[in-house]
Design a binder for this molecule. Structure first.
Ligand code: ATP
Ligand code: MG
Length: 318
């Protein structure tokens, strides 16, 4: 079975976007792939962070991954598989400052400030290690991650040329068109966990009344005609609500007002989240079980990654 790999950075609490765009498709694909799904805690430290919050986010994310039905995949926390950090250093010795300087995140989030953490500059090498350790043949990436995977390919090709054929060079593929959830308070911006505090971001653990309030305040538009409830590029707020409704199994059949649409969206989202939250509550009461699943996952990751790391070390003369 082909290996698939995906890492979630614990940069905030998981959102409805993460469920519809990542967790749900991962869970659905489990029988067709050998899935490795990780929590990228090391990537959550490239900007100032709070240790207690990071620890809590890792536990919540881990519990939510299990609650979302990822029970037949290899689940792990990145820092528990030391080969990630170890190979990252070897790849920092392969990458150049010129190419890391061109990375968009670094340019936008810190290049010109002397207090920027050095890890914000070097983390693309860690990301390359995250991928190359598992040797996936294909990596489906959206536009925002493309530059990272292109760098990963460049580093793998350069390493193989300089030191010998150690790495599988992954192909970049276009991900299956999935739901892309936008913020309810600003439908031009993606719903992301870094903005988990925003009024229009629905969290997976939001209780029904909070979901209702967030959906009720969703931005729509001033068009109140008889066919106002329709998907239309000129109506991004309404289109987003319709997309969320469809992704949560609801139907907009016969709806003519935004109020009615919002009630339907609320019901569909609440129904989508209810079983997840129920399962979460059970798992949260048994953190030892969650830890043991992730410990077993890390063990399997160590088995898979150690030979790759050792081959890279030997090729480089270590
Ligand atoms: P951040 O704000 O820290 O970037 P994020 O919510 O965008 O957080 P990522 O860690 O970047 O989450 O991505 C995790 C996974 O969730 C990826 O597979 C990504 O495609 C998916 N994802 C994130 N946000 C959305 C969204 N709004 N709609 C659909 N999928 C999403
Ligand atoms: Mg993101």
């Amino acid at each position: 079975m082909e290996r698939t790999l995906s890492l979630l950075t614990p940069s905030g609490r998981l959102t409805l976007g993460n469920l519809l765009g990542a967790l749900r498709p991962m869970a659905a694909g489990q029988d067709a792939t050998d899935g490795f799904y990780g929590i990228a805690d090391l990537h959550a430290m490239t900007t100032p962070h709070d240790p207690g919050r990071l620890r809590a986010l890792v536990l919540e994310t881990a519990t939510l991954m299990l609650a979302a039905g990822l029970d037949r995949s290899t689940l792990f926390v990145q820092s528990r598989v030391p080969a990630h950090a170890q190979l990252a250093y070897l790849l920092e010795c392969t990458a150049t400052t010129g190419e890391l300087n061109r990375m968009i995140q670094f340019k936008e989030k810190g290049r010109d400030q002397p207090t920027t953490r050095a890890a914000l500059f070097t983390y693309p090498a860690l990301m390359a290690a995250d991928i190359l350790l598992y040797g996936p043949r294909r990596v489906p990436v959206g536009a925002d991650q493309r530059q990272h995977v292109e760098l990963t390919r460049d580093l793998a090709l350069r390493f193989n040329r300089l030191y010998g054929p150690v790495f599988t060079v992954p192909e970049i593929t276009v991900p299956a068109a999935g739901a892309r959830v936008m913020r309810f308070d600003d439908p031009t911006r993606k719903m992301g966990k870094s903005d988990a505090d925003a009024a229009g971001v629905v969290l997976l653990l939001d209780p029904p009344d909070v979901v209702r309030r967030k959906v009720a305040r969703a931005v729509t538009d001033s068009d109140t005609g008889p066919d106002a409830v329709r998907a239309d590029p000129a109506k991004p707020g309404v289109t987003n609500l319709l997309d969320v409704l469809a992704a949560c199994g609801g139907s907009a059949e016969g709806l003519t007002t935004y109020g009615a649409l919002k009630r339907c969206v609320t019901d569909a989202v609440v129904a989508q989240l209810a079983p997840l939250q129920e399962r979460y509550a059970e798992l949260a009461a048994d953190p030892a079980h969650v830890s043991s699943v992730f410990a077993a996952g890390a063990e399997r990751c160590r088995e898979v990654t150690t030979p790759v790391l050792e081959a890279a070390q030997a090729a480089m003369g270590l």
